[in-house]
Structures are given as structure tokens and as C-alpha cells.
Design a protein. Structure first.
Lengths: 180, 588
């Protein structure tokens, strides 16, 4: 007989990666409500991006990358919709071809010019821009997918990468339609 | 120019416009301006409790028994932290509470000022929503919105934190504006197709069951009336969760008793074997489902709930119907009357075998116990209390533990809002202050807290509140000197290692009653029990009734955790029989 006053865990389903987009009233504490919901109910947050998108209507857009079973993802959406400052919630599967996902990263590269050039060239296919240049260093901005940035930050280590700063993913649907 | 009012005045104007009659509270530095204003508002009566947790539970009892939101007023810091248990309790059991807390002045927030705490931060996970008022202009709107959030959809607690300087500042008051929906949140989201689908499932079912919960109570008394009509119109059996007791008459033949961990044999087996489960306003809580993977494996499941996030949270259902229970049942009844006016009769034959099976389970008499002429069995005490108070329209509250389950099993309710118990959070110490709140809402009714001696000591100080306001509540303590449910688990699952579950020093409850200025009565054997209960009922003052019961008695039947519904542990009578057939103490 189980010695616990609670039942033992059942079977776990397969985990999928989802991008959840939440439109909220931009008021104090709203991010804490959203993040607290995730931590309180044991949901994952892989990355998070948040900023005001409509100053007049006072709306912020929160983009959360999360993983979970289909049942958990469904719960995340339903629980989010219950929060008073939440207006709408969108959910995209990571594989969804109709949605653009992007993250931005800043790389600080220190080293001689040839090493730095080599590093910059390696970044080129990810919309690389040099934002700052000294005779010892570059600060390079790239926009790419999460795993591409992961790979780059690994590869650039030997080419003088000394510091990385990156955002959470943001998402938008392709085409003329917007999410209602 | 319109008249300016202070923040404190606005608080009361809002409460007046929300038809609030009672506030449960405790004063302190950060709410003094509000307490100063109290004298100017005669329609609102303040009930002074002895601890803020008591204020919260009293407001819960008030809300649960009256259908109106309970209002709590506490100071900053410890005032707010003390009310957290009650807020969480209300959140788990969907009780509408509006808690107003004082806060240190805005310029001191964040400085670790005296009696400062991050009240909105602490209460964020245990309220539906909370607000820190930083601008006096927002105050009227926020308080009105607080009432709206607390009482609409799935009800629950909210908190408004008002810094002391805001209570002094002035602005113009504005009346509440009723909004259709808040940020696009709708409460009824079903259509006729859902109802048609439900009726299709109902007419196909051979082994149907209604599984009803607190949502029926929260939907209002009309929902309970409609539920009775629905059971009549279908002839289906019905079981209820702990929170749903009273929405259907407990002594009706269609009622299988409570289900779940300490539910009846017939209710749990019917849940396990049914082919159609219609969940009305319940939430597939783990005390109900047992082992999820083996929960009612062969049934189609319908879930009627006002909260979309309750759907598929614990158990996957075939047909979700999102809406207010009253509206859904009403639509269902209308449709049945239109297309199958003779549903119950035509269906009788089809489900007769099912009823026969249920009858067989019933014959187990799973609530039976071995009575004694020497000691008072706790079940017997509850049964006698029921028999002697039946027909008096009694309101029952409970604490948490064995006594709570015995009350749920043996006290039969026939009306909603008569049963107040802490189900979700399981808060020991809930029942006494809840009884205070119930008696405030129903001054001329009989209000009894069926208590355990360990639980009741957690909020015993509220007896003083009961005496102050002449509230003749009856605290009926089933005193076994143990934390009974803890002791039971230790006996059954931890090799009788009764670690810290015995209270070696208890107060003399009769003397304690006298010390509080109320009446103490003690019953020590079954022969005197009836007379003592009658003495209690005839006392028009608060009573503490110390009922000395069997110390070893366990609460059966029981589904051990992690077991499915058809593997119940039955009581000693059945265990004896099993010994004869050589099965021993195995699971039935």
C-alpha cells in the first residue's frame, strides 16, 4: 500500500515546445502574475520577452517559450486567460511554418583583427551588424533562432568571444493576418 | 464641482453601494482612518474578531451560507499575513471574499517600514486578483471591480491593499458600473449543440451517474432545485463531493452518498463502473479520483463547469460544457421536455440493471460501524446530533479531519448553503470562526460546528467573538485526544507509530467554555448523549460541547491513496467477515 497521503504520479506524456504569446494590460505586477503562474504550477519557462507594444491602449506583449505535454500546454493557456489583466493568449508550436521566431544576441569579440574578421564572417548569415568597434574589439548584433545562437556562441569561443547577451524569442505570424 | 471624499469615506461608500452589511475585521495602525470612518455608516456593522484568520473564515462562513460576498478588513503586515490562510482556503473552495488591507503610506513602501509587508506579492497566488492602490483616483473603480471579480465566474477571494496616505487623500466618488465582461472573459460559453450532445449521451447510457460538486451550490439555490428536477427527469443515480453536499437531498433514494476517499462503497463503485459520468460543478480533485490512470476507465465523461481551466486539468473529458451550472441544467431540462418528455420512464428499463447493481453495493452498508454501550462512537454522536436537529433547518460547519468525514457521511443535508467545510485547503480551525460568520448571516438559525478537539484549538479564541455578539453557536467537539486522521494514517500505513499525534495536555473544555463566558457541556457515555445534546439545543447561548468519544475509532470506508475506486478499505464489520472467508484484511 502506498504510504503517501497523495497518489503516485501517473504516466508522463511527450513534451512539445510551444511559444505562448500573451497580451496584457501594462500595469505593475502583471509580469509577476504571469511568471508566478508558471512557477507556482510547475510549468517551464525557457525564455521570456516582454515589452509594451501599444502605449495608447497600455498593452504589453509577453512571449514565453515553454515545453510541456499537450495537456499542460492547454492548462497554461486556460490559466493565463483567467488572469484579470490578460486580454488574449496565442499559442504556436515551435515547428509551425506560419510563424516567424527570432531571438537577438550581442557578442563581444576581443582579439586581433584577423580573428575578429573571421568571427564576424561566421556570423554573417544571421544578419550580423557591428555596433561598436575598437582596435581590440567588436560588439556584433545577430538575429537568429535559439539553436543557431547556441551553436554560434559555442563556435565563437575560440575566436575571442568574451561576453554574450541575448533576448528571449519573439514571434509573429506570416502574412497579412493578425491574431484575434 | 462634485463633492470630494476621503479614501476612507470612499471605502464605505463602495461597501454601501455593494450592499455590504457586515465587515469582519481587526484594527491596526495602517487602517485607522478607515476605522475612524466606521461610525458614520450605520448600515454597516463591524464584527471584531480575535485573530485575522478568524475574520477570513468568518467571512467565508458568511459567504457560503448566504450567497453574498464576505468582507474582511485588516491592517498591514501581520494583519495581512494572518489572513493568508483564509484567503487560500477561499481560493481553493471558490468562496467570494473581498479583503481590504491597510498598507504603510506610499512614501514608505519598500523601506521595510514598521508593519510593512509585500501584501499584494504574498497574496498574489491565493487570490483571483489583487490591487495595490497607488492613486486615490483609482480607489472607487478598484473596489467596485474587486466585488465584480470576487463574485462573477468561478467565485473567489480578492484583496485591495490601501496605503494609509491614500485613505486620507480626497477625490470624487463614482458609483459601480456593471460591465458585460471583463477583458473578454465570458462565463457561459456553451450552445445548444453541446446540450443536444449531452442528451444523446444520456439516452445511450446504460450505467449513468451524476457526479456533482460545489459548483452547484455556488450557482445559487435555483441550481439545486433544477438539479433535483434533472434527477427526476432522468432517473439517474447521483453522488456528490464533500463541497456539493446539500445540493441534493441526502436521504433521497437516488442519492448514493458522498464519493471519494471516504465516500460510500456504492458511490465509488458506481463511479468506477459507470459508462456515462456527468460531472456538474466538480473538479476531479485527487481526493475524488484516486489513481488517475484507473479512474472510471470505461466511461464517457461530461464536465459542466464555469471555469474553462477546470476542463481536462486532471481528467480528460469527452464533452466539456462551459457555463453556469444553473443555465446549463436549465437548458438541458428544457430540451429534455421538448424532445423526450417521457425520458425517465422510457429509460427505466434500460438502467434497471444498473440500479440493481447499485442496490447490491448498497447492501454492503459501508457506513456501518460497531456501536458500543460503553463508549460514545463518534459516528453515533453525529447520527444522534442529526436525528435531534433534523427539521430545524440547521447550519453545520466543521473543522478538518475524521470528525469532518463522519459529519459528511452521517449528517444528511437537504438544502444547499447549510454545509460549510474546508475541502480544498483542509484548514484545521476553519469551523469555529465559520460558525461565527454563519450565525451573523442567519441570527435565528441553529448553527453547529462539528469539531475535533485538535482543530478547534487552532482558532478557539473566536469563542470570545461569539460571546461578544451573543451568537449562540454550538461547538460540538468529538474529543478523542488524538489528531484522529493523522492517527488513522499512522495506524494503517506507518506501522502504528503514533508520532506526535496525541495531545497529552488538553484544556478542560467545560471550564474553558465558562472562562469564555459561554456554556460548557460534557457527554461521557452513550446513555446520556441524547439528554446532553437536547440540553445544548435548548441553550440560547454559545456552547462548547465536549463529547468524549472512542479514541481508537477509524473513519471507513476509505480508498487508500494511489488506489482506484473499486479497491476500497471497508470498516471493521466487513473486515471480520473477510477473516472468516480467509481473505484477511485485504482490499475489497
Amino acid at each position: 500500500m502506498s504510504k503517501s497521503a497523495y497518489s503516485t504520479p501517473g504516466k508522463k506524456g511527450k513534451f512539445d515546445k510551444h511559444i505562448i504569446v500573451v497580451w496584457v494590460d501594462n500595469e505593475s505586477g502583471v509580469l509577476a502574475r504571469v511568471v508566478g503562474l508558471f512557477s507556482g504550477r510547475g510549468y517551464n519557462i525557457e525564455s521570456l520577452a516582454v515589452a509594451e507594444v501599444d502605449a495608447k491602449l497600455n498593452i504589453s506583449r509577453i512571449t514565453i517559450v515553454t515545453t510541456g505535454t499537450p495537456q499542460v500546454i492547454e492548462q497554461i493557456k486556460l490559466q493565463l486567460r483567467k488572469l484579470v489583466p490578460v486580454h488574449k493568449v496565442a499559442d504556436f508550436k515551435r515547428e509551425d511554418k506560419n510563424v516567424i521566431f527570432k531571438e537577438m544576441a550581442l557578442f563581444k569579440l576581443v582579439g586581433n583583427i584577423s580573428k575578429r574578421k573571421k568571427a564576424f564572417n561566421a556570423c554573417k548569415k544571421y544578419n550580423a551588424v557591428i555596433l561598436d568597434k575598437t582596435n581590440k574589439s567588436y560588439v556584433v548584433q545577430v538575429t537568429a533562432l535559439r539553436r543557431e545562437i547556441d551553436i554560434m556562441s559555442k563556435n565563437l569561443k575560440k575566436l575571442g568571444l568574451v561576453s554574450v547577451s541575448r533576448t528571449g524569442a519573439v514571434a509573429m505570424t506570416r502574412g497579412a493576418e493578425t491574431f484575434k | 464641482m462634485s463633492k470630494l471624499s476621503t479614501g476612507a469615506e470612499i471605502v464605505f461608500k463602495c461597501l454601501e453601494d455593494q450592499n455590504v452589511e457586515f465587515i469582519f475585521g481587526y484594527p491596526g495602525g495602517a487602517v485607522l482612518p478607515i476605522y475612524d470612518e466606521l461610525k458614520n455608516h450605520n448600515s454597516i456593522k463591524h464584527i471584531l474578531v480575535r485573530h485575522e484568520q478568524g475574520a477570513g473564515h468568518a467571512a467565508e462562513g458568511y459567504a457560503r451560507s448566504s450567497g453574498k460576498p464576505g468582507v474582511v478588513l485588516v491592517t498591514s503586515g501581520p494583519g495581512a499575513t494572518n489572513v493568508v490562510t483564509a484567503l487560500t482556503d477561499a481560493y481553493m473552495d471558490s468562496i467570494p471574499l473581498v479583503c481590504i488591507s491597510g498598507q504603510v503610506p506610499t512614501h514608505l513602501i519598500g523601506t521595510d517600514a514598521f508593519q510593512e509587508c509585500d501584501t499584494t506579492g504574498i497574496t498574489r497566488p491565493c487570490t483571483k486578483h489583487n490591487w495595490l492602490v497607488k492613486d486615490i483616483k483609482d480607489l472607487p473603480k478598484i473596489i467596485h471591480e474587486a466585488f465584480e471579480v470576487a463574485t462573477t465566474g468561478r467565485p473567489g477571494p480578492v484583496l485591495v491593499d490601501i496605503p494609509k496616505d491614500i485613505q486620507f487623500q480626497k477625490t470624487t466618488y463614482s458609483k459601480p458600473k456593471r460591465k458585460k465582461k471583463l477583458n473578454g472573459k465570458r462565463h457561459n460559453n456553451f450552445n445548444q449543440n453541446d446540450i443536444d450532445e449531452l442528451i444523446k449521451l444520456m439516452s445511450k447510457a446504460n450505467k449513468p451517474i451524476f457526479y456533482t460538486g460545489g459548483g452547484v451550490i455556488n450557482s445559487g439555490p435555483k441550481a439545486s432545485t433544477l438539479l433535483r428536477e434533472l434527477v427526476d427527469a432522468t432517473g439517474f443515480p447521483i453522488t456528490s463531493t464533500l463541497q456539493g453536499l446539500g445540493s441534493f437531498p441526502g436521504d433521497d433514494n437516488s442519492f448514493l452518498g458522498m464519493l471519494g476517499m471516504h465516500g460510500t462503497y456504492e458511490a465509488n463503485n458506481a463511479m468506477h463502473d459507470c459508462d456515462l459520468m456527468i460531472n456538474i460543478g466538480a473538479r476531479f480533485d485527487d481526493r475524488i479520483t484516486g489513481k488517475i490512470d484507473e479512474f472510471s476507465p470505461k466511461s464517457k465523461k461530461v464536465h459542466i463547469d464555469i471555469d474553462p481551466s477546470s476542463i481536462n486539468k486532471n481528467v480528460k473529458v469527452h464533452l466539456p460544457i462551459i457555463g453556469d451550472v444553473q443555465d446549463v441544467i436549465s437548458s438541458t431540462l428544457k430540451t429534455i421536455k421538448k424532445i423526450k418528455p417521457n425520458f425517465a420512464n422510457s429509460n427505466k428499463q434500460k438502467i434497471s440493471k444498473w440500479w440493481e447493481q447499485i442496490q447490491k453495493w448498497r447492501e454492503k452498508k459501508s457506513l456501518d460501524y460497531i456501536n458500543s454501550t460503553e463508549t460514545i462512537k463518534p459516528q453515533y454522536a453525529v447520527q444522534r446530533l442529526y436525528e435531534l436537529t433534523k427539521g430545524k433547518d440547521t447550519y453545520i460547519t466543521t473543522e478538518v479531519g475524521q470528525h469532518q468525514m463522519w459529519a459528511a457521511q452521517h449528517y444528511k443535508f437537504d438544502k444547499p448553503n447549510r454545509w460549510m467545510t474546508s475541502g480544498g485547503l483542509g484548514t484545521m480551525g476553519y469551523g469555529l470562526p465559520a460558525a461565527v460568520g454563519v450565525q451573523i448571516a442567519h441570527p435565528n438559525k441553529l448553527v453547529i460546528d462539528i469539531a475535533g478537539e485538535a482543530s478547534v484549538l487552532m482558532t478557539m479564541q473566536e469563542m470570545s467573538t461569539a460571546v461578544q455578539y451573543n451568537l449562540p453557536i454550538k461547538i460540538f467537539i468529538l474529543n478523542n485526544e488524538y489528531m484522529g486522521m493523522v492517527r488513522q494514517w499512522q495506524e494503517l500505513l506507518h506501522d502504528k507509530n503514533y508520532s506526535e499525534s496525541y495531545t497529552a495536555a488538553l484544556p478542560d473544555f467545560v471550564k474553558l467554555a465558562e472562562a469564555y463566558g459561554c456554556v460548557g457541556i460534557r457527554a461521557t457515555n452513550p446513555n446520556e448523549l441524547d439528554d446532553k445534546i437536547i440540553e445544548m439545543l435548548n441553550t440560547d447561548r454559545p456552547v462548547i460541547f465536549d463529547c468524549l468519544v472512542d479514541k481508537q475509532e477509524n473513519c471507513f470506508p476509505m480508498i487508500p491513496s494511489g488506489k482506484p475506486h473499486n479497491q476500497m478499505l471497508l470498516g471493521p464489520k466487513d473486515q471480520e467477515q473477510n477473516k472468516i472467508t480467509g481473505k484477511g484484511k485485504t482490499l475489497v
